[in-house]
Design a protein around this ligand. Structure first.
Ligand code: ZN
Ligand code: ZN
Length: 66
């Protein structure tokens, strides 16, 4: 009988844990990153990611633009 009790407790913990994770939704950080579209500036080795595109990392040029 002890085993059954243990299993029920375990199940209860699992359900509680699942309920918690359900509530704990990840904050929706909607990064407005566009998919990269190749341009004339792109090469096979290096892609010229435009500002706001995935893979782009801001440079001083970006900051100047604002
Ligand atoms: Zn590209
Ligand atoms: Zn940028």
């Amino acid at each position: 009988m002890k085993k059954v009790m243990l299993m029920m407790v375990m199940a209860g913990i699992m359900v509680a844990a699942q309920a918690q994770t359900d509530k704990k939704e990840a904050p929706k950080k909607e990064m407005k990153m566009k998919e990269h579209v190749c341009t004339k500036a792109c090469t096979k080795e290096h892609h010229a990611y435009a500002h706001g595109e995935k893979g782009h990392s801001c440079t001083d040029a970006c900051k100047k633009k604002g």
